[in-house]
Design a binder for this molecule. Structure first.
Ligand SMILES: Cc1ncc(COP(=O)(O)O)c(C=O)c1O
Length: 288
């Protein structure tokens, strides 16, 4: 597959793609991003990602680089130019380039997109086995609902998980409430069969997959509660799971070494994973 990136109006070889060293994304993480799944060369759940991007840009008063439809056209051209089938599209918008100063004037935003092949089929194996998570203190800033590239605390948490043989790290407030994973939303299934995920507060990213899973659960008459839960409650839950664009639904069978349920993916998680794959198939024709 050719490797082309899009940088500020140009399609360029990935190895040569570059931004200005005075880009505020590089100097201040003054930037937002989206990760969009591509199946059969088609963007999955584009509207949800475009809407979140627009909200995030508005929240930070960064000018939109172009209209949503034009953004989607660039994304599709990049996918086609890379002959990408199953892939991840990464899109970043920074406030722009200026002499380094905390205060910025109104700038022309920088838009960068890359696409790389991604093996979604590997997820099926993980869905059958389930994954482990560890819990770590949530040391992120107070506006985790905005998808900024300021991900240092997430990166360190995820690295710790991998070092300890777990797939994901759950970020936990001082009072024991789970916010979300380093790059996923967190869920449990309570004893009465209710699917539970923390509510949308500034501690939680409004995941596009989270919204799809809530919709799928309601369609299947699975009760959904957007409420907090603790690590202890999750360890004692019938099922636990994580969701994200790249996961998309994965059963969690171990939390800090404690087995969840009978240590195998539970029926509700399995049903929700199938529902999200159905959604993928409807939009893109892809089946893992
Ligand atoms: C911190 C965090 N929470 C949740 C998610 C899941 O969001 P989505 O389903 O839109 O990929 C992500 C995705 O990268 C994330 O970084």
């Amino acid at each position: 597959m050719p490797r082309l990136a899009y940088v500020d109006g140009q399609f360029v070889p990935l190895a040569a793609a570059a931004v200005n060293v005075e880009d505020r994304g590089l100097q201040f993480a003054d930037s937002v991003y989206e990760v969009v799944a591509v199946f059969n060369g088609r963007l999955f759940d584009w509207d949800g990602h475009a809407a979140r991007l627009a909200r995030n840009l508005a929240a930070l008063a960064i000018a939109p680089p172009m209209a949503d439809a034009a953004l989607a056209r660039v994304a599709r051209r990049l996918i086609a130019a890379n002959r990408a089938t199953e892939a991840i599209l990464y899109l970043q918008v920074t406030r722009g380039v200026a002499r380094r100063d905390h205060v910025a004037a109104a700038l022309r935003p920088t838009l960068v997109m890359t696409v790389r092949p991604f093996d979604f089929a590997q997820r099926v194996g993980q869905q059958m086995a389930g994954v482990g998570v560890i819990t770590v203190p949530d040391e992120r800033w107070a506006r985790c609902d905005i998808k900024t590239t300021g991900l240092l605390a997430n990166v360190l948490a995820k690295q710790r998980a991998r070092d300890e043989g777990a797939f994901e790290a759950w970020l936990v407030a001082a009072d024991g409430r789970v916010a979300e994973g380093a790059s996923t939303n967190a869920w449990i299934v309570a004893a009465d069969g209710t699917l539970v995920t923390p509510p949308l507060t500034p501690r939680v990213l409004p995941g596009v997959t989270r919204a799809a899973v809530i919709e799928a659960a309601r369609e299947r008459r699975i009760a959904v509660a957007e409420r907090d839960f603790t690590v202890a409650e999750a360890q004692a839950a019938c099922e636990a799971l994580i969701t994200s664009t790249t996961v998309p639904v994965l059963p969690v069978v171990r939390i800090d070494g404690a087995t969840v349920g009978d240590g195998r993916p539970g029926p509700i998680t399995t049903q929700l994973a199938a529902a999200v794959w159905d959604r993928v198939a409807v939009q893109t024709g892809y089946r893992p």
